[in-house]
Design a protein around this ligand. Structure first.
Ligand code: SAH
Length: 245
């Protein structure tokens, strides 16, 4: 009898430990540990923290977001490799280090409102989502935008708002933004993006010739509205396309 009661109590304890129950498919911004957790830890240690990304919030977000969910099934085993990967429609998901570096350069704060140009897979938006209050993201390629919207919703990133369109003009209805990340390269800085930055805001953008090496730059708008540009590193991004171009 005694043993039975003990077993029942143990069962109850185990049930309580497992509370709240997880229902597959239900939105959850903090996914349960998955079989890729170790790969993610290694990715952060070997590719990101070992280089020059030290912001603990950014490192935590990179450890948490399930990158393998953002790549096509045939690329899943390569999801945590130190390189960009194809996501269809001639586009790519950026190398993990570049995502982490751009995120750190934008100095995200929990109260921030962020804009991303070039949703692609939605991975960068998911990383930002863990670090700011609201993320607005624009994708010019409709099928990619639709897939990303579905994926972000299914994974529980409820603070991401997306739309299809040309991000060259930013998103005036939701401006101004504390930070703007551009993940496709234009040959000049779009003036609307600078205009939609708050004073003190940061714009992180690759700029340069199409299909050449571009420069990753950070543009800060100061309290008086003047901008200061800092050149970071050479990068290679897909081109920012124009709707009528
Ligand atoms: N941030 C993405 C990777 C982006 S690849 C991720 O995390 O997966 C760059 C994306 O920018 C592509 O999907 C491309 O279709 C998109 N793009 C190109 N020109 C654009 C424009 N003018 N406005 C919005 N998106 C654009």
């Amino acid at each position: 009898m005694d043993t039975l009661i003990r077993i029942e109590m143990l069962t109850l304890l185990l049930a309580l430990l497992a509370w709240p129950p997880r229902f597959p498919g239900v939105a959850d911004a903090q996914p349960a540990p998955d079989r890729y957790q170790a790969a993610r830890e290694r990715m952060v240690a070997e590719q990101i923290a070992s280089r020059d990304v030290a912001d603990p919030r950014v490192l935590a977000a990179m450890r948490k977001v399930p990158r393998h969910q953002f790549v096509p099934p045939e690329e899943r085993e390569s999801a945590y490799d130190d390189r960009p990967l194809p996501i269809g429609h001639g586009q790519t998901i950026s190398q993990p280090y570049i995502v982490a570096l751009m995120t750190q350069l934008a100095k995200p704060k929990p109260t921030d409102r962020a804009l991303e140009i070039g949703t692609g897979s939605g991975y960068q938006a998911a990383v930002l989502s863990a670090l700011v209050a609201e993320v607005f993201t624009i994708e010019i390629e409709e099928p990619l935008a639709n897939d990303a919207r579905r994926r972000l919703a299914a994974l529980g990133y409820t603070n991401v708002v997306s739309r299809v369109g040309d991000g060259y003009g930013g998103w005036p209805e939701h401006a101004p933004f504390d930070l703007i990340l551009v993940t496709a390269a234009p040959d000049h800085v779009p003036p609307a993006l600078v205009a939609q930055l708050k004073p003190g805001g940061l714009l992180v953008i690759p700029v340069g010739e199409v299909y050449a090496v571009q420069e990753l730059v950070v543009i800060q708008k100061d309290a008086s509205g003047r901008t200061h540009t800092e050149h970071i590193i050479p990068v290679r991004f897909v081109p920012l396309r124009r709707k009528d171009g």
